[in-house]
Design a binder for this molecule. Sequence first.
Ligand code: HEM
Length: 319
Amino acid sequence: MEISDDILSRIKQLQKKYSAMGQDLSSYLDGLLHADFLTYWDYIHLDTLLSLQTPRTSFPDEEIFIMYHQITELYFKLSLHELKQIAAQENPDLAFTTKRIQRVNRYFMNLTHSFEVMVDGMEREQFLQFRMSLLPASGFQSAQYRMIEIFATDFINLVDKDHRANFEEGKHSIEEMFKFIYWQAGATELATGKKTLTLDQFEEKYSKQLIDLAESNVKGNLLMIFLKLEASGAELGELKAALRGLDLLVNVNWPLSHYKSAVRYLQKDPEDIKATGGTNWQKYLPPRFQKRIFYPTLWTEQEKNDWGKAWVDDVLGGK
Ligand code: HEM
């Protein structure tokens, strides 16, 4: 068989590449000769992926619950993949930044719509039983969810809204603000008013990591990047729309879909509240109570007052 000029030229280029590194091309060609063809299942680690569902009970619907959480965590990972690239830019590029935010918005749109898998997809009776075997674990302990927030905005916007006014801009450390982070309010035991075990365990594992991330993101969070681009005098219409979309998707639409699940499975019977470890979720989860807003200056006072009310969703539709 003739070796074409095209192939020869590639071999020469390879020889150049390997000899520059003091390597012997023929050894690498041997490696190529013996290597197996790549398969789909090896490439995406399919066997490992499909082996990661280990229910704690024999209720069939528990597998749905596990897999949908895993799917969500993968979407969170995709979102972080984009947010990290935005934060890593030395000189923020408007088009690059806008496109990456639009990607995150697409991921959260998918998550918001697919939450029906939870809301309609499990038998309530099964859920209420298998959930008891999972205590005190809760999606509340999703660190990736908190990391997305840390990448998305300045840390002050994650301080509980009732304490935010006590922190003057630029005068307080992340560690000081972290003591008043909004999510603590969602992990209070109804019976005693004390911190839940769910929160204790989460803090033990993740507080340091989250504080470190926030400290390293003081300048690289999305709000700061937006302000930098604004200062450059660029036309920011598309970026602003993307940021408003992100704010709405992460802080209103996804939380509302999630809240729908909590209502569907946990509301009504006071006994059911036990299934959450007895937290005050009804007072905590609705976005209109939390009022988490990543980009306050991009909303009117009226829009902020009405945060989490249905019209916000209807009018803007997550765009
Ligand atoms: C039947 C389905 C679900 C129900 C009934 C439910 C219920 C709850 C409840 C009651 C809380 C408040 C904290 C607590 O009491 O533990 C919570 C928090 C949370 N859950 Fe779920 N959840 C469901 C599915 C999911 C899924 C699929 C995810 C995806 C990762 C998730 C992520 C979260 C997050 C991130 C929080 C914290 C929210 C915040 O701090 O604002 N949940 N969930």
